[in-house]
Write a protein that binds this ligand. Structure first.
Ligand SMILES: C[S@@+](CC[C@H](N)C(=O)[O-])C[C@H]1O[C@@H](n2cnc3c(N)ncnc32)[C@H](O)[C@@H]1O
Length: 238
């Protein structure tokens, strides 16, 4: 079934374009497809569900239930529409809200996230909402809150799969996890192109520290290293 973008309604088309999946989305879906055994039959949660396409991929892999959270009302509407169209409506719930708040006290088998964690202050770039990419000065405003809340929302034997810009501190994430009894493994690494508009807004100290390390510039073209992490409690990795 085609997604109902009414050609006659440019405002609606723009709204959906703002939620278009990115290279990060694709990498996350690819990593999840490679661990279908962890998805099948499980209760899954996505924080920052955007278009809903990652939840749709999890539904296609056989997740028993799909829960999504997004701060943007448009994302919740678009996500529910997509999941219903693809036949997952009966097992799906999407909540508008901030990070873990809508699922306080609940636990899941698998938690996935492609959080806004680009090191810049909130601004509308590339036709996206200001909430899409910006992770604040060091990029970690939401990432740190995610890591702080993760253990309290994972079922026994559960795990998380998340995208992680290499230029916002892999070591800090490793340390935060270790302090909470968790461990991480890099399951995929890619280079993503970073458009000028975004590079121009990157926190200068991050750019200075990471250029030639995890950020690579060739003339006018810039790329950043992005990892997909699998996170589990120490000793629980299967
Ligand atoms: C980089 S996008 C990823 C969207 C989708 N998961 C994907 O991969 O295509 C990040 C998403 O997080 C949402 N978001 C931003 N701040 C949030 C918050 N405090 N709580 C929940 N979601 C948030 C944004 O609205 C956006 O949809």
């Amino acid at each position: 079934m085609a997604h109902p973008v009414p050609a006659s309604d440019p405002a609606e088309a723009l709204r959906l374009a703002a939620l278009r999946p990115s290279e990060y989305t694709a990498a996350l879906i690819h990593a999840l497809q490679a661990r279908a055994d962890r998805v099948r039959g499980g209760a899954v949660l996505e924080i920052g569900s955007g278009s809903g396409v990652v939840l749709a991929a999890l539904g296609a892999l056989g997740a028993a239930s799909l829960c999504g959270i997004d701060i943007e009302e448009d994302a919740v509407d678009a996500g529910m529409l997509l999941l219903a169209e693809l036949g997952h409506g009966a097992v799906s719930e999407l909540h508008q809200g901030d990070m873990w708040l809508p699922v306080a006290g609940r636990r899941f088998d698998l938690i996935v996230a492609n959080l806004p964690h680009f090191p810049m202050e909130r601004h509308e770039v590339l036709g996206r909402r200001p909430t899409w990419s910006a992770g604040g000065n060091n990029g970690r405003a939401l990432l740190d809150r995610f890591l702080e809340g993760l253990d309290a929302h994972l079922l026994q034997g559960g795990c998380a799969v998340v995208t992680h810009n290499a230029f916002v501190g892999m070591d800090r994430t490793r340390e935060m996890l270790r302090a909470r009894g968790m461990t991480m493994a890099v399951v995929q690494s890619i280079l993503v192109g970073i458009p000028d508009e975004k590079m121009g807004r990157m926190t200068p100290s991050v750019l200075a520290a990471e250029l030639g390390r995890t950020l690579h510039r060739f003339g006018p073209y810039c790329f950043g290293e992005v990892n997909v992490l699998e996170i589990a409690r120490i000793g629980a990795r299967g």
